[in-house]
Ligand binder design. Structure first.
Ligand code: XLS
Ligand code: NI
Ligand code: NI
Length: 443
């Protein structure tokens, strides 16, 4: 086994809850994992997860400059030895942070080899260390996934590639990723589209590509059943980047696709805040679309920058945002297999190892605070009452009759001809509601 005798973060101990008055930047002010909220611990509500790709593999480069990340434990090579050592660092970090879960793509954890056989062998070697570390720490795999977008072979997409051999290669890769996810007791498996989309429609057969994607997902579901993997599958909507148009553009488009191809029983949605923004929606909107269709599975917790039009994957710090996220999640029954997965990266200028701690502590505290505020809003009941009041007519005679199919156009016309016009509307009370939300935030 890889040996990394010294701690990677020697000067940092276990991050502890010190309460809202703490001035220790390496402590939680709101995330108290054992605190009960609506009868469940914060740990079980939030199910925090660290992503391997951003936190342990991102060199912090951008299109204009090389990576800046200082990662003293990394020898800079793509060797299996280095990959194994990195696992120990990752688990030291996650243990000190106190998160119950992590998530990875196959190629984050182990290097690609010269052939598929070699690549699979590399993965097995690192998975062995991942398993040991999971057993040592009790940290579990939230979901696994396959990187079907970085290698040049996937330039035209994977399951939607015009090249059938690329489809076959992607199938082989996902087969292996499913086996590994199963071996590690993964609670789920995610499909983010990668390059499943188009750059232009002149050279694209969209209908054919979508049917290939559906076929691919059915094959994945079938294989999971064969090997006894019962984790939850997710689709992660994103409208653009890397392609000009990603097929899984938003929650509604994903749901439509799943319904069209008979996949709703097998896949839920993994919603990401920055992707919602790129789609021209709020995260609140995406949560509502998924939740009201019983398809809310998990969230990738990050945020974008309103002034930048790409997936900046920043750590969430806005309490208004985390409150709306947690309200949506609580409304639809809470997270079960899913989690609050920090698909977020530190800025290129935040290049020191300790910045990884500050970033995650901030994100965890922002979500813990959002959870507490969301629970307070629910317990208080005024917001719910205002919303219910807005629909009061549907709880009365006419509304109830329409909802129970006792009317048609003729009977409704008759009613309105008799009445002449409606009796009146009520105020939507938007400003009152916004003031109310602010009053909880400032309590
Ligand atoms: C990219 C996606 C990606 C998925 C996992 O924008 O967010 O990181 O979460 O493949
Ligand atoms: Ni994501
Ligand atoms: Ni993203």
């Amino acid at each position: 086994m890889a040996a990394f005798p010294e701690a990677a973060f020697p000067e940092i101990g276990k991050i502890r809850y010190e309460g809202p008055d703490s001035r220790n930047p390496l402590a939680f002010r709101h995330y108290d994992e054992n605190q009960l909220v609506e009868g469940k611990t914060m740990r079980d509500h939030l199910r925090f997860s660290v992503v391997y790709w951003h936190t342990f593999r991102n060199p912090l480069s951008d299109p204009f400059g090389a990576g800046t990340a200082l990662r003293p434990w990394d020898d800079g090579t793509d060797s299996v030895e280095n990959a194994k050592k990195r696992v120990l660092v990752a688990f030291e970090f996650m243990e000190k942070l106190g998160v119950p879960f992590y998530a990875f793509h196959d190629r984050d954890v182990a290097p690609e080899g010269a052939t598929l056989t070699e690549t699979n062998r590399n993965l097995d070697a690192v998975v062995e260390v991942l398993l040991q570390q999971q057993q040592r720490t009790g940290i579990g795999l939230l979901w696994g996934t396959a990187n079907l977008f970085s290698h040049p072979r996937y330039m035209h997409g994977a399951a939607t590639s015009p090249n059938a051999e690329v489809f076959a290669h992607a199938a082989a890769q996902v087969k292996k990723a499913l086996e590994v996810t199963h071996q590690l007791g993964g609670q789920g498996y995610t499909f983010w589209g990668g390059r499943e989309g188009y750059q232009n429609l002149w050279n694209t057969d969209m209908g054919r590509e979508l049917s290939h994607l559906a076929r691919f997902l059915h094959m994945a579901v079938d294989y999971a059943r064969q090997i006894g993997f019962s984790g939850q599958f997710y689709i992660e909507p994103k409208p653009k980047e890397p392609t000009k148009h990603q097929y899984d553009s938003d929650a509604a488009a994903c749901l439509n696709f799943l319904r069209q191809y008979d996949l709703t029983d097998h896949l839920k949605l993994n919603l990401e805040t920055n992707h919602a923004t790129l789609a021209g929606h709020t995260m609140q909107h995406e949560l509502e679309v998924a939740g009201s269709s019983a398809a809310l599975g998990s969230i990738d917790a990050n945020t974008g920058d309103m002034l930048l039009g790409w997936d900046t994957d920043q750590f969430p710090t806005d309490i208004y945002l985390t409150t709306t996220c947690m309200l949506g999640i609580l409304k639809y029954g809470g997270l079960t297999t899913g989690g609050v997965n920090f698909d977020a990266k530190v800025r290129r200028e935040s290049f020191e190892p300790v910045d990884l701690f500050y970033a995650h502590i901030g994100g965890m505290d922002a979500f813990a605070q959002g959870l507490k505020i969301a629970a307070a809003i629910r317990a208080d009941g005024r917001l719910d009452a205002l919303r219910q009041q807005r629909y009061a007519s549907w709880d009365q005679e006419l509304g109830q009759q329409i909802e129970s199919d006792q009317h048609d156009f003729q009977s409704l016309e008759k009613l309105m001809l008799e009445k002449g016009d409606i009796t009146g509307n009520q105020s939507g009370r938007q400003e009152l509601i916004e003031n109310l939300i602010n009053s909880y935030l400032s309590e």
